[in-house]
Design a protein around this ligand. Structure first.
Ligand code: 5AD
Ligand code: SF4
Length: 475
């Protein structure tokens, strides 16, 4: 839908190959990673490539003849899960062809489907050689060796987030001037529709020191923008150093510290829970110039009755209150959200309340989903499941309203001049693509050597999901 325009931790269906960093190629082994789901999975795929690089795996952009194929999966909605099984079927055909030529394709299933359905995958899909959960991918080399010997356990879904981060190589090979940095994983909120607390485990915050180290390393390699990732990133509470020893740092403290690293000119974070939007974080939005004016704060519904059934622990009023405070601290902030329509028990009036909330806030973009029944979650057993056609109709109406708001937000930027971070080539020859402070894509005619730099751009037009502009100070 409006997925190109905004980002959300679990919302975006990415479905793209992750370009693995180049390997030495000496061993001639090839690696293909397909990433589904959220930015956390994009980050994890990059880290898996980092773990595999010393084993001599070099990246390829098609799975057809790859020695190792990793599907980094998403379990958030039913459709995302179904895709995995059909992709395994396609891969099996390639695997069989390779076997006829005497080469082996190792198929690894990683991510949240692996965590939730690992044993079932091993049973249902014999073509799969190994299964690795999101907290265990540092063990990939060991699992690959076991798969090659065809002996030993080939399913690893343990839940030791701290062990994983300790075991990962500190050196990363960033893919451009904007990088993800995972600071928090897991969730203790238990919204009744959501699988994340079961697939990603309990809330865990990485300690401050290794985060700073990773950020410095990224900055040294030309990264200018860092997006801090976590399922509930604003609940971050990692151990950090103080003059007197160590204490728990909040996300705001971490952001203020990262902003001092030379080269890091932009900081973002995603995704947040309204209950964890603390005053110090809101203040940071007004005071830290590196913190970009964009906030993804999912509300899910505009009806207090539904919010309660969702176990969201906030109300419409407290959410609007938070939004007002954020806007006071940073008046130009772009707001984004996630919505679920057709949650069990949602009446037409409840849905109208959601539409009313959207009108009241005025979003720069948002993700909206039809409720998907996830086995094992409390909502899957609730009375009042909403008919599919009714939910479809509500989704359409909500998305039309959000699109209207997104277009208005983009159109209001025409004529303004602001900094754009150029991240890659544009769609057309001679065009480069960048990112505005409000996370809008900006297309500009300009030379490729500007990629990786921040330049002043004047906005001259809008396209459905992006802006077009011209360079103000060409260099
Ligand atoms: N059905 C539909 N949408 C869901 N989300 C999470 N679980 C479900 C589900 N069972 C949405 C929520 C969340 C986003 C990442 O995905 O809106 O914020
Ligand atoms: Fe899922 Fe709710 Fe946790 Fe977000 S806060 S990850 S929606 S349980």
């Amino acid at each position: 839908m409006h997925e190109e325009a905004a980002t959300s931790l679990q919302s975006q269906q990415i479905d793209r190959p992750t370009p693995a960093p180049s390997a030495d190629g000496k061993t001639g082994k090839t690696l293909f990673i397909q990433t589904y789901g959220c930015q956390m999975n994009v980050y994890d795929s990059e880290r898996m490539a980092d773990v595999l690089r010393p084993l001599g795996y070099s990246p390829v952009d098609k799975p057809d003849n790859a020695n190792l194929v990793v599907l980094n999966t998403c379990h958030i909605r039913e459709k995302a899960t179904e895709k995995v099984y059909s992709e395994i079927g396609r891969l099996k055909a390639h695997k069989d062809l390779m076997a006829q030529n005497g080469t082996k394709m190792t198929i690894a299933i990683a991510g949240c489907v692996a965590q939730a359905e690992g044993e079932e995958i091993m049973r249902r899909a014999p073509a799969v050689d190994l299964v690795v959960g999101p907290q265990a991918y540092h063990k990939l080399p060991e699992l690959i060796a076991r798969a090659a010997r065809a002996s030993g356990e080939r399913l690893e879904t343990s839940f030791e987030a701290d062990e994983k981060f300790d075991a990962l190589p500190t050196l990363r090979a960033p893919d451009g001037p904007s990088a993800f940095l995972s600071v928090q994983e897991g969730c203790d909120k238990f919204c009744t529709f959501c699988v994340v607390p079961y697939t990603r485990g309990a809330e865990y915050s990485r300690p401050v020191d290794p985060i700073i180290l990773e950020a410095r390393g990224l900055a040294q390699q030309g990264v200018r923008e860092i997006t801090l990732l976590g399922q509930n990133v604003n609940a971050y509470h990692g151990q950090g150093p103080t003059l007197a020893g160590s204490e728990t740092w909040s996300l705001a403290q971490l952001v203020r510290h990262l902003a001092k690293i030379g080269g890091i000119e932009r900081i973002r974070y995603t995704t947040s829970h309204p209950c964890d939007m603390s005053d110090d974080l809101i203040e940071a939005h007004g005071e830290v110039k590196e913190l970009m004016p964009y906030l993804h704060l999912p509300v899910q519904s505009g009806s207090n009755k539904i919010l309660k059934a969702m176990n969201r622990k906030h109300s419409v009023e407290s959410y609007l209150d938070t939004i007002a405070k954020v806007r006071k601290a940073r008046p130009d902030i772009a707001l984004a959200s996630d919505f679920i329509v057709g949650f069990p028990g949602e009446t037409e009036q409840d849905f109208e309340d959601t539409m009313e909330l959207v009108r009241a806030v005025g979003y720069a973009g948002a993700y909206s989903f039809k409720y998907s029944k996830r086995p094992g979650t409390p909502a899957s057993e609730m009375y009042g499941q909403v008919a599919s056609e009714v939910a479809d109709d509500r989704l359409q109406r909500l998305q039309a309203l959000i699109l209207e708001q997104q277009r208005a937000f983009n159109a209001a930027k025409v004529g303004e001049t602001f900094d754009v971070l150029f991240t890659g080539k544009g769609r057309n020859e001679g065009q480069i693509l960048g990112r505005s402070p409000w996370l809008q894509s900006v297309h500009v005619a300009g030379p490729e050597h500007l990629i990786g730099q921040i330049q002043s751009v004047r906005i001259i037009g809008t396209m459905p999901n992006s802006l077009t502009g011209e360079l103000v100070t060409a260099s």
